[in-house]
Design a binder for this molecule. Structure first.
Ligand SMILES: [Zn+2]
Length: 237
């Protein structure tokens, strides 16, 4: 009867009531109730401590990995081969991306009006051709890869495979073709002053720490596709 009365009075089972009335159990229950919060607070504090004390060097390491993740090889960025249907022949043996043809030909025309005769030396190059250029000459010249890469891109890493790069010479000074002293020609001076009007930009200037200065090598940035292709190249390394 005592049991039933208790049940009626408190409307909770006896076992639970007894449990709640036990001061030790109450403390235990409170701890149990608060344990997720305590665990959370402890975890946050522990994480903060660990991050502050130990993970700072790891964070730096992650940052380094990200920086190196630009996927450069010996200073060159990777480029896809432009599909054949986007290439147009502008001269025997010189193909370029269709987006840049008009601008390139217009640039040569405008230069002529100023008495400057530009000659196109090399446009689109397939990855296979780049493979030959890189490895055959590397072998003939007995060069290590890094040394070779200063003057030629490894296959898959050449701006020429995009169709948006063009090597330009001075038709009146062919001895300067692909030579640093092309920078002393009238053609080069004209390009420096005018190329941007036609959306061309020198790709490898003197402050590139991996790749030698190439005054003859210009890339086109006059279409969204071209800008996308060179997005990484235009970011600071
Ligand atoms: Zn080039």
């Amino acid at each position: 009867m005592e049991l039933n009365k208790d049940i009626d009075q408190f409307d909770i089972p006896l076992a639970k009531r007894t449990y709640l009335n036990n001061p030790n159990s109450t403390l235990l229950k409170k701890l149990l109730i608060f344990s997720p919060f305590l665990f959370l607070i402890f975890s946050v504090a522990a994480l903060r401590f660990i991050r502050n004390v130990e993970f700072i060097p790891l964070d730096n390491l992650k940052f380094e990995v990200k920086k190196n993740h630009s996927a450069r090889i010996l200073g060159h960025l990777p480029y896809r081969e432009t599909p054949q249907e986007k290439l147009v022949l502008i001269e025997p043996n010189i193909e370029v991306h269709m987006d840049m043809r008009d601008s390139l030909l217009k640039m040569r025309e405008e230069a002529e009006k100023d008495g400057i005769y530009l000659v196109f030396l090399s446009g689109y190059r397939s990855i296979n051709l780049q493979n030959d250029i890189f490895y055959s000459l590397k072998s003939i010249r007995n060069q290590e890869a890094a040394e070779r890469a200063r003057v030629s891109a490894p296959p898959g890493y050449s701006e020429h495979s995009t169709g948006f790069a063009i090597d330009i010479g001075d038709a009146t000074q062919r001895e300067t073709d692909f030579e640093t002293n092309f920078e002393n020609t009238d053609a080069f001076r004209w390009l420096v002053n005018n190329a941007a009007k036609f959306h061309f930009k020198l790709s490898f200037n003197k402050d590139n720490k991996y790749i030698d200065y190439e005054p003859w090598h210009w890339r086109y940035e006059g279409s969204i596709e071209a800008l996308k292709v060179f997005e990484s190249a235009n970011r600071k390394p």
